[in-house]
Design a protein around this ligand. Structure first.
Ligand code: FCB
Length: 424
């Protein structure tokens, strides 16, 4: 296959039989009903831009059967879901067996439907007791996280073999400790550096714990991190290359280098590219971030840049030599005019990677249904299903039908290409 991306002329292609297509969600963004976590408290402080809160979200906690049916209707081969630490351990050292049984039930439903679970243990939200005691800046969290992970894996390990310890540590720490937009709302880069050391150590510990428990029980396990990776490109000004490299070091490699040594796969969440340009302003040590003037974007202004997925995965595979899971890739697109094309173009890049011999094993579309999108609340629709948060009705979008047919065909057929062209 041609090495250049072909975004205009759509071509059919197939994916290997053992390549798994799926969807990704997180616990806090869909479950609702829990008040003892950092994000509910953040919403109570008025920090969600549309005034919403995660207290209802998609009411998924009470709709696990219905939502499993949505996954079955899509025909996904795998599903990435989150477990909430705040539910499992609502007070320090007190584990809630009802919550554990709830997740057993949910994962059991997935398995019964023939959907392979991939389970995330930490996805941006903390139990309130942990947050109030200093969150991820205290070294004690390494032990605390390990005990929680141990409990979950002992109780659910017969149902789950693939685990993500931590979702996007770089984004979590940047938003919470540099930009101050997410809990705990700090603007002190020292917290970013300190927190990263602790998260890296916590991952390493959890990695060992999961393997010890699973192997002790005669089971296999694959453990990784879902890394948020952006395609950074230097702008035209002198010095931009250096500044782009600084971004890559601090935002990507700081986490990837040590965490990959304790990973069985490389989890990559890929959304967009940034052009990084050096500035003369001493207050802008890290330069400025922009997008090309003619860029096609999502509703959030993120550039749609499928070729970046090819570039970053190729580079990371060369460096770390691990199988790759695309643990998130998706588009905020209320009109749904761009989503199917977006999926097509990113999967085409995966096809190119496979043709180059890169072992990409899975693709998870973010996300199953419109959900609580952190500080943006209910106002950023990424879903294959549209969700009406008032009535809780879920409606399959046109792009959702496209993804369903793609999962069934295990690739893009000429009929699907016709659908894309008709709906653009
Ligand atoms: C990622 C997060 C996920 C969701 C998407 C849009 O950074 O992991 O929870 O917010 O972005």
């Amino acid at each position: 296959m041609n090495d250049r991306a072909t975004s205009e002329a759509f071509i059919p292609f197939t994916l290997p039989e053992n390549f798994l297509l799926g969807t990704a969600t997180s616990g806090l963004q869909i479950e609702g009903g829990d008040q003892r976590n950092s994000w509910y408290a953040w919403a109570q402080k008025g920090r969600i831009s549309d005034g919403s809160s995660p207290i209802v979200a998609n009411d998924h906690w009470n709709r696990v059967e219905e939502d499993t049916r949505l996954l079955e209707e899509l025909g996904v081969h795998t599903h990435r879901m989150g477990i909430e630490w705040a539910r499992i351990e609502p007070e320090p050292g007190r584990y809630d067996s009802d919550a554990i049984n709830h997740y057993r039930h949910e994962i059991g439903l997935l398995r019964d439907a023939g959907i392979e679970p991939l389970v995330t243990l930490h996805h941006f939200a903390n139990p309130l007791w942990l947050e109030e005691a200093g969150g991820w800046l205290r070294p004690e969290v390494i032990d605390l996280f390990d005990s929680y992970v141990e409990r979950v894996v002992v109780d659910l390990g017969d149902l789950v073999s693939d685990w993500i310890t931590i979702n996007e540590p770089n984004v979590y720490l940047a938003e919470g400790y540099v930009f101050g937009e997410w809990p705990p709302g700090r603007q002190n880069p020292i917290g970013y550096l300190r927190g990263s050391r602790i998260m890296i150590a916590a991952h390493e510990r959890a990695y060992g714990t999961i393997h010890r428990i699973q192997e002790g029980a005669g089971r296999s396990a694959r453990v990784g991190v879902a890394h948020h990776i952006r395609a950074f490109e230097p702008g035209p000004r002198p010095g931009s290359r250096l500044v782009a490299r600084m971004h890559d070091r601090l935002f990507h490699r700081r986490f990837l280098d040590p965490m990959s040594e304790h990973s069985d796969f490389l989890g990559i969440n890929y959304y967009t590219r940034d052009i990084i340009t050096a500035t003369m302003n001493p207050g802008q040590l890290f330069g400025s971030r922009s997008l090309p003037r003619d860029a096609s974007t999502s509703d959030l202004g993120w550039e749609i840049f499928p070729e970046g997925l090819f570039t970053v995965v190729l580079e990371l595979y060369d460096r770390y030599d691990l199988p790759v899971f695309i643990t998130e890739n998706g588009l905020c697109d209320r009109s749904d005019r761009k989503r199917a094309t977006f999926i097509y173009e990113h999967l085409l890049q995966i096809r190119r990677l496979l043709d180059r011999g890169v072992p990409v094993e899975r693709y998870y579309y973010w996300t199953l249904m419109d959900n609580f999108e952190w500080a943006l609340g209910e106002s950023a629709p990424f879903g294959l299903y549209e969700c009406d948060f008032q009535s809780q009705a879920r409606t399959l979008r046109t792009s959702g039908r496209f993804y369903r047919d793609l999962c069934r065909a295990h690739g893009v057929t000429p009929e699907l290409i016709r659908d894309i062209n008709e709906n653009r």
